[in-house]
Write a protein that binds this ligand. Structure first.
Ligand SMILES: NC(=O)c1ccc[n+]([C@@H]2O[C@H](COP(=O)([O-])OP(=O)(O)OC[C@H]3O[C@@H](n4cnc5c(N)ncnc54)[C@H](OP(=O)(O)O)[C@@H]3O)[C@@H](O)[C@H]2O)c1
Length: 285
């Protein structure tokens, strides 16, 4: 019986009216893909939102898990990402269609440009982003992608895209945890109608030894992971923790039956020290 709380997972509206589940499962499975864990998330925990990328190398396996789960495609939210090596109009369209084939799906709920820097020889980063984005706009209009967005884009990247293109990204997926709170970017995204999605909500495990996190966890009789996921969600951020362990996936889903108080939110909000645990797009022109 799936966890009732996750089955009724709250959603966040995109500017085109679609609703993205606020909690998803990350799948950048360093050290190997765990089929059992993904199946468990779908069939036992009620997870309906999966975040992946061509770069993670598990599209075919995830597609198999989705089919094995027996869940109707329309009940699922599948996000995939375009790797910079596939930037450029023709390459981007092909890569998206190839990813659909690889996963055995007809569409993605959300398709993101993974990183603002192009790794395709040719024009400037700005030109490449614009050319690639035009391909995503077409994929969106054709229905291959029900929503399109970007990842690791900062304000200057988004401002350029706004000048160069037509469709405003529906989502920007960026590193977000108590040590990395890009509040100015979040504010900009909200003002522009771009949903802010946070990745690495556990700072890849670095949150677990923080005294403030531990103290709040003890107060609420929750785990440090649950506190950080809850904090992110309570800030209105779409949140995608990753685990390859069933028990931890269940734990990470049990974040809807309690509320952090204002003082807890403020204490966690004061932990920003600017560190990145993944990659830092600051110097990408
Ligand atoms: N767009 C991008 O550029 C980008 C970049 C990074 C990540 N992402 C996405 O965001 C997802 C999550 O980020 P992330 O994987 O970097 O980091 P994360 O979710 O912050 O942390 C994952 C780490 O925490 C461990 N963990 C998970 N739940 C736990 C728990 N309850 N107790 C103890 N340890 C726990 C995991 O180990 P086990 O697996 O062993 O449990 C793993 O080592 C990724 O999988 C990916 O989908 C996107």
């Amino acid at each position: 019986m799936p966890l009732a709380s996750v089955q009724n997972c709250p959603t966040v509206p995109l500017s085109n009216g679609l609703q993205i589940p606020v909690l998803g499962l990350g799948t950048s499975h360093n050290g190997g893909y765990s089929h059992d864990a993904v199946m468990y998330a779908l069939t036992e925990c009620g997870i309906r939102h999966i975040d992946t990328a061509k770069r993670y190398g598990c599209e075919a396996k995830l597609g198999k898990a989705v089919r094995e789960s027996g869940l109707p495609r329309s009940d699922l939210w599948l996000t995939n990402k375009l790797w910079p090596g596939d930037y450029g109009y023709t390459a981007a369209k092909k890569a998206c269609l190839d990813s659909c084939l690889e996963m055995g799906v007809e569409y993605f709920d959300l398709y993101l440009m993974h990183w603002p820097e192009s790794k395709t020889p040719g024009g400037s980063n700005r030109e490449m982003r614009a050319e690639t984005w035009r391909a995503l706009e077409e994929l969106y209009k054709e229905g291959v992608c029900h929503a399109i967005g970007v990842s690791n884009f900062l304000v200057h990247h988004l401002e350029q895209l706004k000048e160069d293109c037509t469709v405003v990204p529906h989502v920007n997926q960026v590193e977000y945890h108590p040590f990395q709170q890009p509040n100015h970017l979040i504010q900009y995204c909200r003002q522009e109608g771009i949903v802010f999605e946070g990745y690495s909500p556990l700072a890849k495990g670095q949150v677990f030894n923080n005294p403030t996190v531990l103290q709040i966890a003890e107060k609420h009789r929750r785990t440090p992971a649950q506190i950080c996921i809850r904090w992110s969600i309570q800030n209105g951020v779409v949140t995608i923790p990753k685990s390859t362990k069933k028990k931890r996936i269940q734990e990470n889903c049990e974040v809807f039956g309690f509320q952090l108080e204002d003082e807890d939110m403020a204490a966690l909000g004061s932990l920003h020290d600017g560190r990145h645990v993944t990659w830092d797009p600051t110097n990408v022109e």
